[in-house]
Design a protein around this ligand. Structure first.
Ligand code: AOF
Ligand code: ZN
Length: 346
């Protein structure tokens, strides 16, 4: 028995799933787990309790909402649970949400996204088999919140964001090697905000040798920002470099992007920003392993210097890598272009 995908989402379903989605974004974007929100609604349409998942090792959204209802003195037997992700049916760091919902006497469950995680999926069917009216009610914004997590789980590897800063003519460094301050303050602040939302930052040994970057997340006004794992890809040793200042760093002793991602996945990395240099970025693009692009474009020309991306083996316009869902955001005098590649497209 499977929980049927119910295309007949009512406006009531959509309204509560919208609320659950708004709650879900309170959770951290980084870490091995998805962001999930849950609202419990009584038969008379009143909100009884709500909750969200605060990160791996903490309660899932459903038990958090059940606890919230209890704290408000509300009885949830007969209620409907609106959840942004299919309730899990496994014992991982916490117990199965299917059991928590069953024990609470919830009568119906509406979930926005089916869980692709092979260890946790199938909760909808489990609930149905117990006589609970569980339905998958697809709700796009909920999937959007977990776009990177869903992609990582479906691909069986970390979600890869390739990021660089370039001039209008596609240069990341001048002929003499200088590369600092291509873009301005706002662009750099934005990039630090992105770093604080991912699990790892990856650069090649060449970049460590030449730039000696800190690879930390320093978003303005957030001294306690989450710090991603610093990953250095390549065989060369870089003793004394700033990346090795503490143990939150790893060398990926390979030139193969697949092997690098396998190693990161074994450390529960779901999202990684590949920050160059061009050799590493090009290797990931050539291997078809880039899911998302963040290109900061400065209104400057160099005419000579290092190209952002090297040879991709494309000889003709028809072979160009074309990205989708493109957005351009002004950041001071610079522009951030974000875009996505679909799996199999590159
Ligand atoms: C839910 N509600 O709030 C979350 C779910 O290691 P665990 O026990 O935390 O389980 C993590 C997996 O459970 C995660 O990969 C995903 O499949 C599911 N996450 N499920 O019903 C939640 N965070
Ligand atoms: Zn769960």
């Amino acid at each position: 028995m499977t929980a049927d995908r119910d295309p007949s989402a009512t406006s009531v379903d959509a309204a509560w799933l919208e609320r659950a989605t708004a709650l879900s974004v309170n959770g951290p974007a980084y870490g091995p787990n998805p962001r999930v929100g849950c609202v419990l609604v009584g038969a008379d349409g009143t909100m009884l309790g709500e909750g969200w998942h605060r990160g791996a090792g903490t309660p899932h959204a459903e038990p958090a909402a059940i606890a919230d209802a209890a704290a408000r003195g509300h009885e949830v037997a007969g209620a409907t649970a609106y959840v942004t992700l299919e309730p899990c049916s496994h014992t991982g760091r916490t117990g199965p949400c299917t059991d928590a919902l069953t024990r609470a006497g919830v009568a119906a469950v509406r979930y926005a996204v089916a869980d692709p995680n092979p260890e946790a999926q199938g909760g909808g069917a489990v609930l149905l088999a117990r006589g609970i009216d569980a339905r998958h009610v697809p709700y796009g914004p909920a999937a959007q919140v977990n776009r990177r997590w869903l992609g990582a789980v479906e691909h069986g590897r970390p979600w890869v964001i390739a990021k660089w800063a370039q001039t209008l003519d596609g240069r990341t460094a001048a002929a003499d090697g200088t590369s600092f301050w291509i873009t301005g303050e706002e662009a750099r602040a934005h990039a630090h905000g992105v770093r604080a939302q991912v699990d790892a930052i990856l650069v090649g040994t060449g970049t460590v040798r030449v730039d000696d970057p800190e690879l930390s997340a320093r978003p303005p006004g957030d001294a306690a920002a989450h710090q991603p794992l610093r990953a250095v890809m390549g065989l060369g040793a870089t003793p004394g470099a700033k990346v090795w200042r503490d143990s939150h760093a790893v060398q990926l002793a390979t030139h193969d992007p697949h092997a690098a991602l396998t190693e990161l996945a074994s450390r529960e990395v779901r999202t990684v920003v590949v920050e160059g240099g061009a050799t590493v970025t090009t290797a990931f693009l050539r291997a078809g392993l880039v899911d998302e692009l963040h290109v900061y474009v400065a209104p400057a020309l160099l005419g000579a210097g290092t190209a952002a991306v090297g040879d991709l083996g494309i000889g003709t316009m028809a072979g160009a890598l074309r990205a989708q869902d493109v957005t351009a955001t002004a950041l001071g005098v610079d522009t951030l272009v974000t875009a996505f590649f679909q799996r199999g497209q590159i």
